[in-house]
Design a protein. Sequence first.
Length: 308
Amino acid sequence: MFDIAAAGFNDPILVAATDGVGTKLRIAVSANDHSSVGTDLVAMCVNDLVVQGAEPLFFLDYFATGKLVPSRAEEVIIGIANGCKQAGCALIGGETAEMPGMYQGDDYDLAGFSVGAVERHNVLTGAKIAPGDFVLGLKSNGIHSNGFSLVRSIVDNLGLKYDDEAPFSKEPLGATLLTPTRIYVKSCLSAHNAGLIKGLAHITGGGLIENIPRILPEGLSVQLDGGSWQIGDVFKWLSRAGEIKPEEMARTFNCGIGMIAIIAPELMEEAAEKFSEAGETVYKIGLVLNADHKEPVEIINWEEVWEG
């Protein structure tokens, strides 16, 4: 149970999201490191709530496995609790299922469900986005929780092990790939409640190319400058090692930007400062334009970035 009146809302709209961690769990099993996937689970749900302007209220999890290993389940649930703390929401329940006929060996799966609320007048729809608005990008923690079937394929094809040193850093490969998804709730709510945001897009499956158009009114497009932010060594390694073209990278991964915010020109500096004060690394990465029959998202200087 959750008392929404006690949360201080007057005329709330409820917003719900459900998601999983995907095949990133395979890496957690292979690396025997389950400490961060619970945080990923929370992040994938609550980041989808905040793009509607909603404050996450509570979270529930579903943990399914062939045979319950208490120490492993404890790692996962501690990660979920940490994610809920970061998002400022309550972990009020969940379900643990043992299904030996469905899962083999150490396999397990996670699903999450979160509910948030936003005052009716403060729902974030993107309807006021207009040509000339700025696009701010909030730095990601790495790959987050999408594209891991491709990542695992590249690792397997190279014959790498997850306890090997990562080709792009001095850390173990598994630990680096398992860096938890960043939770943007508190920084985005702070900026939104200050009246600074016109639209937010969580950059998950579909990457920059497919997520940003979801919030654009008809007739508008976005032009991003690919040289305006730090992509990150892990993405450049994936592109080289997997022979993935830059356009496909932008359609599959977050490429260093986990959340984008669209801001009116006169509020851009204030918004960037607000995000920075909340602990985000902020880049001014593009502009909203009239579509003029262009693709919804155009990234200039993109090929050059990957060649460098």
